[in-house]
Design a protein around this ligand. Sequence first.
Ligand code: FES
Ligand code: FES
Length: 158
Amino acid sequence: MEMLAKGMLELQVNGQKMAVLARPADTLLHVLRDQLGLTAAKPACETGDCGACTVLIDGKPVKSCMVLAPEALGHEVTTVEGLKDSPVFQAFVDTFAIQCGFCTPGFAVNAHALINACPDAGDDVIEDWMDSNLCRCTGYDEIKAAVKRALAAKKGQE
Ligand code: FES
Ligand code: FES
């Protein structure tokens, strides 16, 4: 853990050390968006209910609206901007799992974590895992199909 000048934190984000100025009550979501320009994680409910703000901390999906920036010290934060090589993006496109796209970064991050943690995930696991994210416009069937496609693509890469 590294503390810099008062209010300055050094976070590890997408493989790089980044210094940010944060008050103790600032959420990770707002620091990522407002200070680092990583705007893919979206502020929507900001009560931990919708998953639009999902990022990875040490590879595990978390809702960044519910994490204080200082809590991320000493951990690796990954946003959707840091997952450019993930098979989930093409899978979402191929299965038409995107409409307005507002929820998509959160779903993509969560799906990426799933294909890494549970490479043999079946329908029940996919449903439970993705249950943390809400979409107001795309059918959930398309999103589930995208996750299955991403699982298959990841297996093909190995
Ligand atoms: S904005 Fe974080 S869960 Fe909805
Ligand atoms: S694609 Fe519009 S909210 Fe999910």
